[in-house]
Design a protein around this ligand. Structure first.
Ligand code: MN3
Length: 200
């Protein structure tokens, strides 16, 4: 019962000029696909093969002997969440309840943007920057490598991949420029709002 890599929710060139078709082609077609293949190879013939990927992530997150399964499964999941966190029609601001909650918990939308940009810029090495809801409060968090807030009791609303493969072809060492472009022009607030409603 192999885990299938979900289809990219838009064309490879849909996020241009902010993220190129070349970057998305390698990122979705090679990096993400490799995590999915590795995960399927590692769980084949084990009881994990019969479980959903989120269940497997929860079961392996704290077990160093299962690090290979966790890392590849979490990267498979994180990337699907990332593709959905971006949209060619994204950017701008959220509306309604989530907008009010961001103002309440961060002070203003602009403060939230500053925090998310800072998290993306300062995550040391490979990892992710996230907007999560944690015990009823919105927070910006960063995680290293394959780590995901999903297995720390937090509910992700949006994420940005800050591994070099996410931006190096387009931005080289300028990770903050990539993060700013993604945050200002691509963030999928409809996706965040639906995750927020489901978490409440
Ligand atoms: Mn990636």
């Amino acid at each position: 019962m192999a885990y299938q890599q979900p289809a990219l929710p838009y064309a490879e060139n849909a996020l241009e000029p902010h993220i190129s078709a070349r970057t998305i082609g390698f990122h979705y077609g090679k990096h993400h696909a490799a995590y999915v293949n590795n995960y399927n190879n590692l769980v084949a013939g084990t009881p994990f093969d019969q479980q959903g990927i989120e269940q497997v992530m929860a079961a392996t997150a704290a077990d160093p002997q299962k690090a290979g399964i966790f890392n590849n499964g979490a990267q498979a999941w994180n990337h699907t969440f990332y593709w959905n966190s971006l949209s060619p029609a994204g950017g701008g601001k959220p509306s309604g309840e989530l907008a009010a909650k961001i103002e309440a918990d961060f002070g203003s939308f602009e403060k939230f943007v500053e925090e998310l940009k800072a998290a993306a810029a300062t995550q040391f090495g490979s990892g992710w920057a996230w907007l999560v809801i944690d015990g009823g409060t919105l927070k910006v968090v960063k995680t290293g490598n394959a780590q995901t807030p999903l297995t720390s009791g937090q509910t992700p609303l949006l994420c940005i991949d800050v591994w070099e493969h996410a931006y190096y072809l387009d931005y080289q060492n300028r990770r903050p420029d990539y993060a700013a472009a993604a945050i200002e022009h691509l963030l999928n607030w409809e996706f965040a709002e639906s995750n927020y409603r489901a978490a409440k």
